[in-house]
Design a protein around this ligand. Structure first.
Ligand code: NAD
Length: 323
């Protein structure tokens, strides 16, 4: 008989539910722990919706919702688990204590990966007895569709932990990116943050509405970015001599005041502009409606990407048939 693999999700909000759906889609058994009754109820609903989206990509033959086991007790959720993904709120003190509790309850070879968006792993692993098995595995929302996961080591993380975590994430159809040096915000969130800060300045200074700022990405660079990142895009912007010409032509612009980067003060006026602007953009659609539309769109983009970059595409049917 084929032995099934159990993984544990600790913290089952937006990101925890996303991990649960991805792992279920790969045919794994998912134990999910959350201290909140509301979150545990919501998890079932969110996972069901996500699995519906994932059907368009094709599920593993062992995938079923009944493989999701929901727990209100941390210890029970960790029984016989082979991998732990922590998704509690982004709070260093809370994560430190939670990781310490998880660490105490697990054999020392089981990896504990945190979904943290930017905390330093050296700090959050510091209270563990076996900090060498702790790392960051930072995903992107919706986790069940987007392949990227950033892997970050703390000072005490063993190299082998990263190798094993990378292998696991690849098996569940992801694209792991190993961050070479520990830094707050890692890679992708630092890039997004630069754009976000600039967007806030543009709106605060009355240069554009939230809709204009979004259009400036969606109809332009955003379309290119789903295929090529900023470096290769600019290589092509330099004509036949590529980046060399690009740097010669636009290098001097780096000295122009084209960016503010330092975040503006998030005062009441700016908050109002952001909230009313995005509400107007959403129009009659609820967040759930928009999530469904986004998933359909992402799946189509990923199918197109697959034609050109087959290695980056999750293939549920290939993964985990061995379990
Ligand atoms: N939302 C995103 O886009 C995003 C993307 C990538 C990574 N992350 C990271 O993922 C983590 C979770 O974020 P989220 O957006 O899912 O938050 P969320 O608020 O939706 O979910 C957090 C969940 O953790 C639970 N929780 C609270 N205390 C807990 C504890 N002691 N032990 C276990 N669970 C506990 C809460 O009940 C809640 O259900 C954060 O570290 C965040 O930075 C978020």
């Amino acid at each position: 008989m084929i032995k099934k693999k159990i993984v544990t999700i600790v913290g089952a909000g937006v990101i925890g539910a996303g991990w649960a759906a991805r792992m279920l889609a790969c045919g794994l058994i998912v134990n999910a722990y959350d201290p909140s009754v509301k979150a545990r109820k919501q998890l079932l609903f969110n996972t069901k919706t996500a699995l519906k989206s994932l059907q368009r990509l094709g599920l593993n033959k062992n995938a079923k919702l009944s493989n999701l086991k929901i727990y209100s007790d941390l210890k029970e959720s960790l029984h016989l688990t082979t991998f732990v993904q922590e998704n509690a709120p982004e709070n260093e003190k809370l994560k430190k204590k939670l990781l310490k509790d998880i660490d105490k309850l697990l054999p020392k070879n089981i990896i504990i990966a945190s979904s943290s968006s930017g905390l330093l792993p050296t700090r959050i692993q510091s209270l563990c007895n076996y900090p060498e098995r702790v790392c960051i595995g930072h995903p992107f929302n919706p986790v069940y569709l987007l392949p990227l996961v950033e892997l970050v080591s703390g000072k005490q993380t063993k190299k082998n932990t990263i190798i094993r975590a990378k292998k696991f994430y690849e098996e569940i159809g992801m694209k792991p990116l190993i961050v070479k040096k520990e830094i707050e915000g890692y890679i992708s969130d630092r890039l997004q943050e630069a754009l976000w800060r600039e967007a806030l300045h543009i709106i605060k200074d009355g240069i554009a509405s939230t809709q204009d700022v979004d259009d400036a990405i969606v109809y332009g660079p955003g379309l290119r970015w789903s295929f090529m990142g900023v470096c290769l895009t600019f290589h092509l912007a330099g004509g036949q001599t590529g980046m060399k010409h690009m740097l010669e032509q636009f290098g001097p612009a780096l000295k122009l005041p084209w960016t503010k980067l330092k975040a503006p003060k998030l005062d009441a006026k700016l908050k109002k502009l952001m909230i009313s602007g995005t509400k107007k953009q959403a129009g009659k659609y609820t967040i759930k409606d928009l999530e469904v539309q986004r998933d359909i769109f992402l799946i189509e983009i990923m199918k197109t990407l697959n034609k050109y970059q087959s290695n980056n595409f999750p293939n549920w049917n290939k993964t985990f048939n061995k379990f």
